[in-house]
Design a protein around this ligand. Sequence first.
Ligand code: SME
Length: 159
Amino acid sequence: MAENLIISTATDKAARYEALIPQIEALTTGEPDLMANLANIAAALKQTMNFFWVGFYLVKKMNWFRTFSGPIACTRITMGKGVCGASWKEKQVLVVPDVDEFRGHIACSSDSKSEIVLPAFKNNEVVLVLDVDSDKLNDFDKIDEKHLTQLVGIIERML
Ligand code: SME
């Protein structure tokens, strides 16, 4: 396992994702512990892409439990609640350019301004969501969606 991330200094975020994702694969290959891998992935994404908060909410009965990197946040979210719960219920990626405009958004921090949530599936059921928050409005676009979807694909192979 690599001990240090090589962080691209490219200003182009696609290039930063392209440098990061193979390192995440290397970091997690051979490690069977899902939570250990998710914790490292959250830390790597936050550190490399300079997001405000990165975490995973995992389906446990009807609630969520999570591992994350960033300021403290809510521990449990029920299906349909907030952006994460909506992504779980609707089984789709949600990009929220302005969290104040999303009805039912759960504000863990007033510094969070925009958000992207991607579900990961096993046997067609949502097993967890990747939640990424930014302290800038409208910070997520198709480039983030494409590369984070690729990352979720790597995570799905661990499930
Ligand atoms: N904003 C999320 C809650 C989790 S925090 O952003 C870390 C939501 O509405 O589901």
